[in-house]
Write a protein that binds this ligand. Structure first.
Ligand code: UDX
Ligand code: ADP
Length: 464
């Protein structure tokens, strides 16, 4: 039986970093080395001050402080870490393709392939390779193909072990997951590899929560889990628009339907639109695979979740324009929040980016405050869209480190992220500093609308 004493994880990002830090914390007898090509990122993970690690997650700094230097290491020496390990996790980025066949739909597997080739090149002993990144179904086959055809004659087993952590609650999700999913081959070697990974997780997770399946079911389950979650948000967001046209209130509707135990109360919060690195990418993958098998109706069905989400973001921006007398040209709009959700500094696919882009097209000026996102990230997000030159983005958007300064002299405030601190601001002070009529567009329905109206604000929420 393979007993794991040394793990390597390729990719020190939002998935690899927290996941492996928790594995190291819970398994002091296993040496865990996280490697990345990005030297600045590794240097930040190794910063003596654990508050400077590159991923912000509640509780993560403490986990890193406990395990780093004991059995948790961050390094740029990828070859050495691979060679030393019995088990190698691949946790690199798999963004949606921006070129060629499958552009805008399929996942770009360039980085996965590079990893597989590197593993094949440097391995001198048998290894278990674990896919951690979200991947299209049957990627394991491609990885296996590369390993077996270009390796040094050593044996590789390829497992799928998708990550279900949500950002902002990553440490809790990893310590106490609903389930862990491991997919492997049915043959004895495959099953031995599955058992080796089960044994790692069994150090802290009850055995009945560790599910094992074949590789393809595991890969597909990850896409389907995210598609179902995103679908719930698009469903409630579609109802929010209907609520705005009627006397219904989407919060009340969500509560009413959520108490049906078959529906359940979670993931029914209407919002300006979902973001994050997973939902859109995974659904696009699902759509792409379905289409490539000729399953047009299946593809169209899931694509609608994305179409609805894009509509919600655009609708929010256009509502602001409409409410400000059909023009925001030269007007200052304050953005509270830029991250795609609270308690993370991740901004990938954040609704804020798209709302800002629409408003900049309407010649608004925007001042952003986010408690955790750095200004260079905000500009990078806008520049990535390529809608206008970086100079014009810099001209249209300023970033403030103080929420009161961000809101001063603004015509309107837009709440884009549900950070808790926004709720308790001195709203009278903010009101006093704004142009009148002072408007708030609460894209997360987190503020106390009654209290704000009593101060004098004109408030618009989502779905009410
Ligand atoms: C998601 C999945 O939850 C996780 O299991 C998977 O591993 C990765 O993708 P994540 O994207 O980190 O996690 O965050 P999540 O909490 O799912 O939120 C995604 C987006 O949906 C955020 O923009 C959030 O604000 C939005 N959302 C979520 C809503 O708008 N309404 C809701 O009710 C819930
Ligand atoms: P995720 O949210 O999936 O963790 P990130 O983009 O945050 O995605 O992290 C992926 C990390 O993988 C990045 O830091 C990137 O530098 C790293 N990476 C990509 N390809 C390789 C590779 N071949 N070897 C080492 N690290 C890699």
């Amino acid at each position: 039986m393979t007993k794991i004493t040394s793990i390597c994880c390729i990719g020190a990002g939002y998935v690899g970093g927290p996941t492996m830090a928790v594995v190291a914390k819970q398994c002091p007898h296993i040496k865990v080395t996280i490697v990345d090509l990005n030297e600045a990122r590794i240097a930040a993970w190794n910063d003596v001050d654990v508050n400077n690690i590159p991923v912000y997650e509640p509780g993560l700094s403490e986990v890193v402080a406990e395990a780093r230097g004991r059995n948790l290491f961050f390094s740029t020496d990828v070859d050495r870490a691979i060679e030393e390990a019995e088990m190698v996790f691949i946790s690199v980025n798999t963004p949606t393709k921006t070129y060629g066949a499958g552009k805008g739909m399929g996942a770009d597997l360039k980085w996965i392939e590079l990893c597989a080739r590197q593993i094949a090149r440097v391995s001198k002993t048998d290894k278990i390779i674990v896919e951690k990144s979200t991947l299209p179904v049957r990627t394991a086959e491609a990885v296996r193909d590369i390993l077996h055809n270009t390796g040094n004659g050593v044996n590789f087993q390829v497992l799928s072990n998708p990550e279900f952590l949500a950002e902002g609650t990553a440490v809790d999700d990893l310590l106490n997951p609903d389930r862990v999913l491991i997919g492997g081959d049915a043959n004895p070697e495959g099953q031995e590899a599955v058992q080796a990974l089960v044994d790692v997780y069994a150090n802290w997770i009850p055995r009945e929560r560790i599910l094992t399946t074949n590789v393809w079911s595991s890969e597909l389950s990850k896409l389907v889990a995210n598609a179902y979650l995103a679908q719930r948000i698009s469903s409630i967001n579609s109802i929010s628009e209907l609520c705005e046209k009627t006397e219904a209130n989407v919060n009340e509707v969500a509560r009413a339907i959520g108490t049906d135990s078959r529906i359940g109360p979670k993931f029914l919060k209407a919002s300006v639109g979902f973001g994050g690195s997973c939902f859109q990418k995974d659904i696009l993958n699902l759509v792409y695979i379905s289409r490539s098998f000729g399953l047009q109706e299946v593809a169209d069905y899931w694509e609608q979740v994305i179409i609805m989400n894009d509509h919600q973001k655009k609708r929010f921006a256009l509502n602001i324009v409409k409410d400000l007398y059909n023009t925001v040209s030269g007007k200052k709009i304050a953005f509270l929040g830029w991250a795609f959700k609270k308690d993370t500094n991740d901004t990938r696919e954040s609704a804020a980016i798209y709302v800002a882009d629409e408003l900049l097209n309407e010649q608004a000026t925007i001042q952003v405050y986010d408690p955790k996102v750095e200004d260079k990230q905000i500009y990078a997000d806008l520049d990535y869209l390529g809608t206008r030159s970086p100079d014009l983005n810099k001209k249209g958007v300023t970033v403030s480190e103080d929420p009161y300064a961000a809101c001063a002299d603004a015509h309107a405030i837009a709440v884009l992220t549900e950070w808790d601190e926004f709720i308790d601001y001195d709203w009278q002070r903010i009101y006093d500093g704004m142009l009148k009529p002072a408007k708030i567009f609460d894209g997360r329905n987190i503020l106390d609308h009654k209290k704000l109206r009593a101060i004098g604000f004109k408030v618009s929420g989502i779905g009410m």
